[in-house]
Design a protein around this ligand. Sequence first.
Ligand SMILES: [Zn+2]
Length: 164
Amino acid sequence: MATSPTIYPLQPENPTGPYYPCPNPNKYFEVRTSNIHQRGVFTLKTIPEGIKLIEYIGEKISRTEALQREAINNTTGLTYLFDLNENTFIDGAVGGNESAYINHACTPNCVPRTLEGKIWIVSAREIKPNEELTYDYQFPSDDVVQDICRCGTKYCRGTIQLPK
Ligand SMILES: [Zn+2]
């Protein structure tokens, strides 16, 4: 049996940064087919820790609307909803960018950070070329539908939801 997972084994030491902008995102990562789930985002060159790789953008919707869309998403297995705060969600499926394709991993190499009201996907360690970018989705443990995790990382907890 694996030991109890550390939820943020690779979190940057300083949660508020400073973080640094990615000089040219097109040269640092691209969308490709993923072994984890459908499409993913892969690095093209080495990325140091603490780089603001991409902003998670999309349509801003209410919690009520998000729950309705989530019910539909549960039938397709595709979800691009990100909770900005308790009442506001971002739907990356509407007006989103490559960030919507970043897959979940239980032992990720990126971490989402809310910086000045925007969500940034930040590198949590040095990431080598051709690694898939991932962050921990931290879906709530009480979700009715539990999503099986196929991240294959050392501390995989088996579901994308947090442990109960
Ligand atoms: Zn996993």
